[in-house]
Design a protein around this ligand. Structure first.
Ligand SMILES: *Cc1c(COP(=O)(O)O)cnc(C)c1O
Length: 862
């Protein structure tokens, strides 16, 4: 019989065991081994059955066992120690409390997904796990962050396989009462409610759940509340499902509702209000509009509010592919944010302009969330050095006239949370371990993985309809002595799940090599709407099902954090072969590195930055090494050629370098692969410290949050008003700014000499104080372009003016400090101390095209 309603009864713990409840409700257990060990000892079988989830465990432990533990002095002593440790962790001063500078009082961090533990399945992949790692590292560092997201009642889908290898999707039903969550309540006890007005008089209401991530609260908005109509209840049904209206409502709830949830949280708990709002990818971008609305409610005009809000906003972009960006129909946005919709009092035309793709090729009828994100944030960044460059290129159309190197998008390279992603065995390693010890460690981890793979493979085959009697072969799947390569990730086409299958004979030979075999563990989910991705999975599954190779290659369904923790630690080599430069950063290889797993990867994302031959191998790529469209365009023929070249390079590396290195035992008679072990040592010792989320969060604090907080404090409403007026004046006057004449007098064109520049500039109605006139100089190529990256920019000084034509004279010396082809130009930029970048307004005046020729004529005549 099917129940018509389900609810859960929370266990009542005997008084002496009360601290267990607190430990279960702070997710720090997910990265604290001692806490997990304590829970395991409560009921080892129950712990396994609960898949390592303390809340589920406590819900299932028999009352008799609880009574027993309440009397067990040894257990109570350990409980007191672990509970005391959590208390210390939550209250003692940490890095942030000792750091110097005008640090923000609080930061709100918005993300559409958070991957903290398998027990809170609110993530689909890298973006969410990164957000989870960001919160955990912030907690460890004492950074006063508040996480904001949505609670999806079905989370992301669980993956299984049909008999013929086609991906099947199931959506679990999650009950927040059975998860480590608490409802946020008003002082009177009623649940805090967030409301959004929707077109047609509808209302979207949400409750706010709070998860404790160490010291960091994570607020999750949940629209599945009884007061909502069915349509609104479903807004937070699942992650990345539904059509575009559904997505828009989710993003409105996340951005607009999220700000309201933060305000409520601060009001109820006394937490300081955030000075900085960080949006992890464009989905939460509406948070800026809500803050503009808050100000407009106090009578602040739109432009002033925009300046004040921008100052305290940080936007991180994660995708190097335009197709990865959220875009909505303009009309749909207008309908939802207009007078009849959610942001009354905010001019919807102004809102629409924020999301308009104003660059060549932009779609006039679409609203682009990333474009809005960039306009609503004074500070923006990509997630690796290479991705920063790709993003500057991709969005350069928003800053016409500027060199791509000047596009104001910085980069902070992602990192991973070591306590979450490092195996206990690795953490237990002594300083300076010997070769034998390291090798033994790697073998132990590989063996754990082999058992885990067999267990999962068995479960998958049972699920695919095989009987127990047919599955004896699974006991022989993978070999704990064989070089093990892992490959697991989502399956968008650029990640090239099946590149390894390009030449099946060659690949099979690798797997079955008589003395140097290689075995593969592969996993990955395709988006439910991506049949192309599902076909790739099926291709791989069918290959791996072949009895000839099935002991050497497996596809494991349902890639998630639980599986990932085993995979990254147990593999010898972590493979990544995306189409460069489409991997913004990639983090799985970092997690592998923390465990002494070597990377074998295309030089993309983080690996482009930190690859060294001591840490692994770089798969050569057939792009030209630059960023931008270039040879990676969508041309299928090109793509085919490129795949063929890169697959061949991958096989060759495996055959000639990776496998020989692994199987080369005992040059010195030790019986150990010494070069390999040395690479493991280098990876752990030198690469490990770079890939940490601690490092990443500190960089965010120092380079983005602190400057944003300072700007936020400076730009109070009166100052923001003056800045907005100034910007309006400069924008209005800009069409009249022009470079009329450039003259250079040069004593001698040799190293150490200098040019004396005299430039005549018309400023129209603007004043010299509104602008900077600059000489830009540097090496030039054949087409006379100045290389942006190493150009020098020299401000010129106003020396006279205005003359009868309203034109000002600027002068200054330009040092000739390098040999070779050298060129210069001049330009005029808006200048104001409160701009975060000279490109902020996207305005620049360059010399007219024929000025170079006129000036050359002038020089000749002299
Ligand atoms: C780290 C992680 C990812 C992201 O890995 P990429 O290298 O960015 O593909 C995806 N899924 C899970 C479960 C992870 O732990």
């Amino acid at each position: 019989m099917k129940a018509i309603r389900r609810f859960s009864v929370r266990p009542v713990l005997p008084e002496p065991l009360r601290p267990l409840g607190d430990l279960a409700h702070n997710l720090r257990w997910s990265w604290h081994t001692e806490t997990r060990e304590l829970f395991r000892s409560v009921d080892p079988d129950g712990w396994r059955a609960a898949a390592g989830d303390p809340v589920r465990l406590l819900g299932a432990v028999p009352a008799g066992r609880l009574r027993e533990l309440a009397q067990d002095r040894g257990f109570l002593r350990r409980l007191a120690v672990v509970a005391g440790d959590l208390q210390d962790y939550l209250t003692e001063p940490r890095w942030y409390q000792r750091a110097e500078g005008e640090l923000p009082a609080a930061i709100a961090y918005f993300s559409p997904e958070f991957g903290i533990t398998a027990a809170l399945p609110q993530y689909s992949g890298g973006l969410g796990i990164l957000a989870g790692d960001h919160l955990k590292a912030a907690s460890d560092l004492g950074v006063p962050l508040i996480g904001v997201g949505l609670l999806y009642r079905h989370g992301y889908f669980r993956q299984s396989l049909s008999r013929d290898g086609w991906q099947q999707e199931h959506y679990p039903v999650l009950d927040p009462n059975e998860m480590p969550l608490e409802l946020l309540r008003e002082p009177g006890g009623a649940p805090t409610r967030v409301e959004l007005r929707l077109p047609g008089g509808r209302t979207l209401r949400a409750h706010v759940w709070r998860a404790r991530v160490g010291r960091v609260p994570l607020l999750l908005l949940d629209s599945d509340v009884e007061e909502n109509a069915p349509r609104e209840r479903d807004v937070t049904d699942r992650l990345y499902g539904g059509g575009s209206e559904h997505r828009l409502l989710q993003e409105m709830l996340l951005g607009i509702g999220g700000v309201r949830a933060v305000r409520a949280y601060c009001r109820v708990t006394g937490h300081p209000d955030p000075e900085v709002f960080h949006t992890n990818e464009g989905h939460a971008g509406f948070l800026g509009l809500e803050r503009i609305r808050e100000l407009s409610e106090r009578g602040v005009p739109f432009d002033t509010a925009l300046e004040a809000v921008r100052a305290g906003t940080v936007f991180t972009t994660h995708t190097p592919v335009p197709a990865g960006i959220d875009r909505f129909d303009r009309d749909l946005v207008a309908r939802h944010l207009g007078d009849d919709g959610e942001l009354p009092g905010v001019d919807v035309e102004r809102v629409l302009r924020l999301g308009t793709e104003t660059y060549p090729g932009g779609a006039p009828d679409l609203f682009n969330m990333a474009v809005m994100g960039l306009r609503l944030a004074q500070r923006a960044n990509g997630v690796s050095t290479l991705h920063g460059a790709v993003s500057r290129e991709m969005f350069s159309g928003l800053w016409p006239g500027f060199d791509t190197t000047e596009v104001p998008i910085a980069s902070v390279t992602n990192g991973v949370h070591a306590p979450t992603w490092t195996a206990d065995e690795v953490r237990a390693l002594r300083d300076d371990p010997g070769d034998a010890e390291l090798w033994e460690l790697r073998r132990t981890l590989r063996e754990h993985l082999v058992h885990e793979v067999r267990r999962r493979l068995y479960a998958s085959w049972r699920q695919r309809g095989a009987s127990h009697a047919e599955l004896g072969w699974i006991d022989g799947v993978l070999d704990p002595e064989v070089l093990t390569v892992g490959f697991a990730r989502r399956v968008p086409s650029y990640k090239r799940l099946t590149l390894m299958l390009r030449d099946r004979e060659r690949f099979t030979d690798l797997l079955l090599h008589p003395s140097r075999p290689v075995q593969f563990v592969v996993a990955g989910k395709a988006h439910p709407a991506d049949d192309g991705g599902k076909r790739l999975i099926q291709e791989l599954v069918r290959f791996a099902d072949d009895p000839r190779v099935r002991h050497r290659i497996v596809f494991l369904p349902d890639y998630g954090m639980g599986m990932a923790q085993r995979l990254y630690t147990g593999c010898d080599v972590w493979l990544n072969n995306p189409l460069r430069p489409l991997e913004a950063c990639g983090t799985s290889g970092m997690k592998a590195a923390l465990n002494g797993c070597l990377n074998l990867s295309v030089l993309d994302g983080w690996w482009d930055e930190w690859y060294e031959p001591d840490f692994g191998w770089a798969i050569p790529t057939a792009d030209d090494g630059t960023v931008g469209d270039g040879p990676l365009g969508d041309d299928p023929e090109n793509r085919e050629r490129r795949d063929a070249i890169e697959a061949a390079a991958l096989y060759e590396l495996l055959e000639e370098h990776v496998a020989p290195c692994f199987y080369d035992r005992g040059v010195t008679g030790s019986g150990l692969p010494e070069r390999w072990i040395e690479m493991v040592r280098q990876t752990l010792g030198r690469l490990g410290p770079k890939v940490l989320a601690d490092r990443m969060v500190r960089e965010y604090v120092e380079r983005l949050y602190t400057p944003a907080a300072r700007a936020h404090r400076t730009l109070d409403v009166p100052t923001a008003g003056r800045l907005a007026e100034w910007k309006a004046r400069v924008r209005a006057g800009w069409p009249h700014v022009a470079i009329d004449h450039v003259e250079s007098v040069c004593e001698s064109v040799e190293l150490g000499g200098s040019l004396a520049l005299r430039v005549r500039v018309a400023l129209g109605g603007l004043e010299p104080g509104d602008v900077e006139v600059q000489a830009v100089a540097g090496r030039v190529d054949e087409s006379d372009s100045i290389a942006g990256a190493d150009a020098v920019r020299v401000p010129l000084k106003v020396s006279d003016g205005p003359d009868e034509n309203g034109s000002w004279l600027y002068e200054g010396p330009l040092a000739l400090d390098r040999t070779g082809s050298f060129g210069y130009t001049v330009r005029v930029l808006p200048a104001h101390p409160l701009l975060a970048s000279p490109a902020e307004l996207g305005l620049v005046a360059l010399p007219p095209d024929d000025l170079g020729a006129r000036e050359a004529a002038g020089v000749l005549m002299r």
